[in-house]
Design a protein around this ligand. Structure first.
Ligand code: ARG
Length: 278
């Protein structure tokens, strides 16, 4: 009888062990089914990138051999990443306020569009290591140089910002008594300012400088804004894709450190000066 109990106990423990083993097996196979984004990108041989090509020198359109082409430092940067990953890069151009929506809906693999990695956006997306961090600036007409010299001077004035950009927040928080005007595309903001239908606009410095070189009647105002150190440009990634993030981070980190990114910006700045179509 004792022996019998022992045998039963042994059999039971085997069953329990088998069940445990079975459990971990199930876990493994379900993990294999939800393929990593990095593997998926490598398998299809293509990295699909969401961008808003209205943001020289980071991404803009110009004629290359007579063909309308998306160019810029972000574009060169992603092409270099694609090369390192051994995949082709395909850009999907859209309005800026649609870029992160496209990423959320898995219509693109990553979003690269001079995107500031804000705490708010980090709730919904992961971000790569930061690669550029230009300060916020106010752009005005040269004819207002002597009157628009302080935040208060813009009270009640129309101040433009790109729709969906953090510049909307800059206007709301730092120019609270001005009238915010949200406009979908940066080149249209510039047109409105040139025409005087808005009085000022907020852009990050590098972009402001690029558009200014095409628009001799505009200038950067001598008004100090606060820029958030923690909101540098970064590549937006789907949440939880750690292997994709790791791979992109290591490539990007190297490009930041060896000066490639700065070189891409300098080159794109020259290209935008020469031949901006938008
Ligand atoms: N850095 C700003 C933001 O993330 C503006 C980015 C606009 N980018 C563009 N390609 N238009 O909100």
């Amino acid at each position: 009888m004792k022996k019998m109990k022992l045998v039963i106990a042994a059999v039971l423990s085997l069953v329990v062990l088998a069940a445990c083993g079975g459990n971990s097996d199930t876990k493994d196979s379900s993990a294999a089914k939800t393929e990593s984004a990095l593997d998926a990108i490598k398998e299809k041989g293509k990295l699909v990138v969401g961008t808003s090509a209205d943001f020289a020198p980071f991404e803009f359109k110009t004629l290359v051999d007579g063909k309308d082409t998306i160019v810029g430092s972000d574009i060169d940067m992603v092409k270099a990443i694609g090369e390192k990953l051994g995949v082709e890069v395909e850009f999907m151009d859209m309005q800026f306020d649609a870029v992160l929506v496209a990423l959320q809906q898995n219509k693109v693999d990553i979003a690269v569009s001079g995107i500031s990695a804000t705490a708010e956006r980090k709730k919904s997306f992961d971000f790569s290591t930061p690669y550029y961090n230009p300060p916020q600036k106010i752009v005005i007409n040269k004819k207002n140089k002597d009157s628009y010299t302080s935040i208060e001077a813009l009270n009640g004035k129309k101040v433009g910002a790109q729709k969906g950009s953090i510049q909307e927040g800059v206007v709301e928080d730092q120019l609270p008594d001005s009238q915010k005007v949200s406009i979908p595309r940066v080149p249209n903001l510039i047109v409105e300012l040139n025409q005087g239908s808005i009085d000022a606009l907020v852009l990050e410095e590098t972009i402001a400088e690029s558009y200014l070189s095409q628009n001799p009647d505009l200038m950067i105002a001598d008004i100090e804004l606060t820029s958030n150190e923690d909101e540098a440009f970064a590549i937006a990634l789907p949440k939880g894709q750690d292997d994709l993030k790791k791979e992109i981070d290591s490539i990007l980190q190297e490009m930041v450190e060896d000066g490639s990114i700065d070189q891409y910006v300098t080159d794109a700045m020259a290209l935008a000066d020469k031949n901006t179509e938008e």
